[in-house]
Design a protein around this ligand. Structure first.
Ligand code: SAM
Length: 233
């Protein structure tokens, strides 16, 4: 699998406009919200499940996953992980670098009586988890190709370096034959080697959900154009 960032000036301007809109909407979208029948408390500044990407990936995951163990890389305050735990009985480990949002994910798991199935752990990407452990990996990463200092939840790095690290590490912790489900948008760039599962319009772009299956065999590859934490480029 390969993700090539969108580098044109027009695309960068559209990404900046999308980021501005996201920031305006995020200012209003916090506190007590509902997502797919779950009660979700979103602290100010955490990514709220009002955007297309979370619902799109949640629907894709619910259609594909059947039991087993999943990881969500970049779980935020947990709506995606918790919706999968509830709809499919999947046990989910959620990682995030934002400890405040991750704490809210645990509170949300308790609020929805899903804490037996949800285990948050704070670390970058999936660096705290061992390789080859999970049946499914989910990632709704920051996918705008902009410097992450502009927004932790929305910007995946000017060269998508954070976005690509998150996907590569999600792939590392998958079992052979495990499935990585992830999002990108038309502003992210070109995704090759993954199956397109669905697409929805947002304000400035089309958001897409993809699936990639980790090859079975003695030396599984990692997604091309992505980079596992600590591995050579
Ligand atoms: C687009 S939000 C998605 C949140 C949640 N999964 C959802 O769909 O509502 C991306 C999340 O990735 C987290 N994140 C950003 N960089 C990260 C990294 N290097 N490792 C792990 N999580 C990261 C952000 O803090 C944010 O919670």
């Amino acid at each position: 699998m390969r993700v090539a960032p969108e580098t044109s000036t027009a695309a960068r301007l559209r990404a900046l406009a999308a980021l501005a809109a996201l920031k305006i909407l995020s200012r209003a979208a916090w506190g007590r919200l509902r997502f797919k029948g779950l009660r979700v408390v979103v602290p100010r500044g955490c990514f709220a499940p009002i955007f297309v990407s979370t619902a799109l990936l949640s629907d894709a995951a619910a259609a594909l996953a059947k039991g087993g163990l999943a990881v969500e890389v970049g779980a935020g305050c947990g709506p995606l992980a918790l919706s999968l735990a509830r709809s499919r009985g999947v046990e989910v480990v959620g990682t995030d670098v934002d400890v405040r949002c991750l704490r809210a994910s645990l509170a949300n798991a308790k609020l929805n009586k899903l804490d037996a199935l949800y285990h948050p752990v704070a670390c970058a990407e999936a660096s705290c988890l061992r390789s080859g452990a999970f049946d499914y990996a989910l990632a709704n990463p920051p996918y705008l190709p902009l410097d992450q200092r502009l927004s932790l939840p929305a910007c995946g790095g000017a060269s998508l370096e954070v976005y690509r690290r998150m996907l590569a590490d999600a792939a590392r912790v998958l079992k052979q034959g495990g499935i990585l489900l992830f999002t990108a948008s038309t502003l992210t760039g070109r995704v090759e080697g993954a199956a397109l599962l669905g697409e929805r319009w947002a304000l400035f772009d089309r958001v897409r959900a993809y699936a990639w299956r980790k090859p079975s065999g003695p030396s599984p590859s990692r997604p091309r154009g992505t980079r596992a934490a600590g591995s050579p480029a």
